[in-house]
Design a protein around this ligand. Sequence first.
Ligand code: PLP
Length: 424
Amino acid sequence: MSELDIEAYGDEIVEKYRKYVNPSMAAILKFAGLDIPEKDASGVFIRDAAGNEFLDCVGGYGAFSLGHLHPKVVEAVRKQLEKEALKSHYFMSEELADLCELLASVLPGDLQYSFICNSGTEAVEGALKAARIHTGRTEFIGTINGFHGKTFGGLSVSGREIYKEPFYPLLPGCSLVPFGDADALAAAITPNTAAFIVEVVQGEGGVNVAADEYFPKVREITAERRVMLIIDEVRTGFGRTGAMFACEHYGVVPDIITMAKALGGGVMPVGAFSSNPDVWDSLFGKNPYLHSTTFGGNPLACAAAIAAINTTIEEGLVERSRILGERLLSGLREIERRRGDFVKDVRGKGLLAGVEFAMDDIAALVITGCARRNVLVAYSLNNPKVIRMEPPLIIEESQLDRAIEAVDESVAETAEMLEGVAGC
Ligand code: PLP
C-alpha cells in the first residue's frame, strides 16, 4: 500500500470506530497518531498496516507472556480445532479435566479445584461468589488503586472512583484499605466481611510492590478473623514476576486465587479461579450448577492453557522472568539515577516494571516517545503518572536493552522539551 492508501485505510477504520465502536476512543487514537491499525504479530513484535514493527513491552497487559502466536500454543489449538471447538456440556470433558489437574500441580498449597472461565473479571466474580457462600457473609474489602476488572463485582472491589461512580450503586458493603497496610485491613474487617481481595503487585495501580512482611501478616489476620483471602493473580500469574505465582514470593497461600491473561498463552481468552476442597464443597457440594458458563473451559481454551503452562515450565520462563527482571529494573534505575528530577521511582518484580514520573503528562509524553522509537510501553489506568513495562517472558537480552534505551532516550527528549518550555 502507498502512504496515501494507508492513510485512507486508517481513516476508514477510525471512521468505523467513530460510528460503530467508540467515538471518543476514535478521537484519542487519531490525536495520538495511532490511527494505523494493527496488522499482525509474532514473538515479541507487533506490526501495523504500514509495515512498522514495534517491540511489544505492553505484552497485552500480561496476556503475552509467551509472546504472540507461540508455535506450541498455536499447534495445540490447531490440533484441538480439528477435533472439536466447543463442548455440548452433555458429557464430561477430558480437556477440562486435564487442565484442572495441571493447574492443581502448579498452584501453591492446597489450591486444588478450578473453575475455568473466559476473562479476569469473570474469575473475580466467581471468587467473590465462592467467598460469600463459604463464609455466609456478604461484605468485601479491596485496596485503594487495586484493579479487578469492570463487571459489577470486579468494579465494586476495585480502587479508583472514576470507573465506579458512574455505575453506582455497586455491590453493597465494599470498602477499600491502603495497599501494603495490614493494620488498616485488620481495622476494616467487620463480622460480615466475606473476603479481602488483593493483587500481589498492584498493576493498574502503578506497579506497587508491598513490603516482605505485608502478605504474611495479611494471611495471619484473615485466617484469624475467618475472612477469605482472595489473591488476584490475573496479571501476575504464570511467571510474570519471577515466580509461577507472585504470592509464592511471600510464602503465602490464599483461600481463593484468580487467574487469566497469560493462562491463554496469548492465543485464547482464558480465566480461572481456584480454591481448596472446603471452599469448593460450599460452592458446588449441594448444587454442581450453582456457578456455570457456556463458553468457559471450552476445549480450545483448555488446549491453549495446557500448552501455555507446559511451555512456561519447559522453556524455564519463570526463572527467565526473574533474571531478566533484574536486568530491566537495574537499567531503569540507572535512568532514575541520572534523571531523578523527572523519574520519581522505579519498581517492579520480575518482568513487571513501573517507572513513576513527577507528573501524568511526563508519563504520557514518554509513552509516545517510546512508540516513536518503535517500542510499546503502557499507561496505568489507576495511576497515570506511571508507565509500565510487561514484555513477553521470551524477550531476548538485546531486545530488552533496546526497550530500556528507548525509555532513556524518550525521558531525555521529554526533559529537554519541558525544560525548553519552562525556559521560554
Ligand atoms: N484483575 C487484575 C489484577 C487485572 O489486572 C485485570 C485486568 O487488567 C482484571 C482482573 C480483569 O481482567 P479482564 O480484563 O480479563 O476482565
